[in-house]
Design a protein around this ligand. Structure first.
Ligand code: IMP
Length: 180
């Protein structure tokens, strides 16, 4: 499916609103991990922009590290197949470390729950999850979120790291798309 059949419709979350919420999330994380080493593990590619803003909003007393993993996503379709495959593992050894798994959006939750189980098996001291957006209507797993930016309705969104077929990740605001 090409991208020509989808177009930007309206802004759901402005960059201002996103940035204020990220400051709040960063404040909570800073409070809880003051003086600790904390490994932020972003799920490529969608979490890159969110995670880069999040870590820059942290209190300097947090010893933040960054790493990334990649899994197979929806490809070019906008509905979940439920299949999750690891494409790139992280480089950091996380046994006995504090880890926060960072994802752009939780839709069915299958991706996050798979990755969480996989990282848990490596014996981190603590493992928490942080997503910018959650679509609760589509959730298929038990609640596994520790930090959540926004709860949104079941609409397909792009921008601020989120894409449709690789497009629109660079938009500073989060938009709803429509089919025409
Ligand atoms: P889940 O496994 O169903 O929770 O899917 C999570 C992944 O689906 C996200 O990391 C995104 O790559 C993709 N996804 C789900 N909903 C959207 C959306 O509205 N816009 C862009 N990507 C989405």
């Amino acid at each position: 499916m090409g991208t020509d059949d989808y177009e930007l419709d309206h802004i759901m979350l402005t960059q201002d609103v996103i940035s204020k919420r990220i400051s709040e999330l960063a404040a909570s994380i800073s409070e809880e991990y003051r003086g600790e080493e904390l490994i932020f593990t972003g799920v490529l590619k969608g979490a890159v922009i969110f995670m880069s803003d999040l870590v820059r909003s942290l209190d300097l007393s947090v010893d933040a590290r960054m790493d990334f993993i990649a899994v197979s996503s929806y490809g070019n379709a906008s509905t979940s197949s439920g299949a999750v495959k690891m494409i790139k593992d992280m480089d950091t050894y996380i046994a006995d470390k504090h880890v926060i798994l960072v994802e752009d959006i939780m839709d069915t939750g299958l991706t996050l729950s798979y990755l969480r189980e996989m990282l848990m098996a490596r014996g981190p001291e603590t493992l928490r999850t942080c997503v910018l957006l959650e679509k609760p209507d589509r959730k298929k797993v038990d609640s596994i979120l520790d930090y959540r930016g926004f709860t949104i309705p079941d609409e397909f969104v792009v921008g601020y790291g989120l894409d449709y077929a690789g497009k629109w990740r660079n938009l500073p605001d989060i938009w709803c798309v429509t089919k025409h």
